[in-house]
Write a protein that binds this ligand. Sequence first.
Ligand code: NAD
Ligand code: UD1
Length: 357
Amino acid sequence: MAILVTGGAGYIGSHTCVELLNAGHEIVVLDNFINSNPESLNRISEITGCMFKTYSIDLLDKEKVDQVFEENDIEAVIHFAGLKAVGESLSIPLHYYHNNITGTVVLCEVMKRHNVKKLVFSSSATVYGIPKQCPISEEFPLSALNPYGRTKLMIEEILRDLYVSDNAWSIALLRYFNPIGAHKSGLIGEDPNGIPNNLMPYITQVAVGKLKELSVFGNQYPTKDGTGIRDYIHVVDLAVGHLRALDKVSNSTGIDAFNLGTGKGYSVLEMVEAFEKASLKKVHYKIVDERHGDAAVSYADPLKAKQELGWVAEKSIEEMCEDSWKWQMKNPNGYKNRIVDEENLHKVNSGDFFILN
Ligand code: NAD
Ligand code: UD1
């Protein structure tokens, strides 16, 4: 029996694959590499010493997704595959709706056909819109500020309708706060395309000298130092949360949402300071206008995940910064331009890595 991981080559997916393999699960990865690099899969193998099947296919291609279920004994799905850039979603909303929503519908149709009804879905704290207060609990009102956020909100609703139509489904909606950090090996991490939109990858690229300075989006928020506050969570803690959610969906039916955050908030300037300490590098910054659509403060109430999943985020902000820095230093260009050793070259070239088209 295997766990299908859609989007398994991406940032959170790759870390979750490592935790799944370390816990003894068999996995099958499905990814079209639209926002990732197959090299991440080699690295997963390097870390875990495990091989696994990967299908290089698009979730929108129903026939091929169906083939994955035909060829493997899938017991549950962890569904990361989706596009996630807020700015891009404003320019190409139809593409976002099609990729994220239709992709999920196709996946669920195929799951249903194969009687696989256990699903862990990557939602986001973005479904809370601009929260009226913090900490944010799962019962807070939901709203969306952009097409990306609306895809998450709509998918949550689609999955609720699916459960209402058939109570045999078991679905966990995981609302992530702000994942940062990387695996402690420095072999896998976040590899954004072009100039990063999110804070931590921007900071690390300033520290490594790829970008000149950080633009801090506003210093007049009603917070301790005027800059925005977020709940940063180590990506490995987040990955472990998926294993706990998998246990939950494996042992029950129903649909439920869970915040995955630490419950602590840090400001942009606190993050700069923490990162400088961890990296011993200066992070130059300037204050600029607020970014449209940004909340002043966002942090989770993580109690429900503790009570119902038995999961708590454990890693400190120091560890998050150290691990982000290690990844950045070891991989200044992300997965591109890796100085590959012969063994890995062999893997990529000979096709014995199980990339199936
Ligand atoms: P990512 O872009 O690194 O990973 C997503 C993966 O999905 C990529 O490997 C991409 O190639 C793949 N993919 C996209 N569309 C696909 C398709 N049609 N068919 C097959 N593969 C496809 O993103 P991530 O940061 O790892 O995020 C994973 C999930 O978590 C996403 O759904 C994202 O919206 C959600 N999320 C991320 C964050 C964050 O800050 N990173 C926060 C909240 C929610
Ligand atoms: C952003 C997305 C959100 C998504 C989340 C995780 C927007 C409006 N929101 O949220 O939908 O779910 O990422 O992918 O894009 N900051 C700077 N300078 C920068 C970058 C960020 O000052 O160059 C500040 C922001 O104003 C914010 C904090 O740093 O206060 C964190 O920003 P970011 O990493 O983009 O995450 P979110 O704003 O939480």
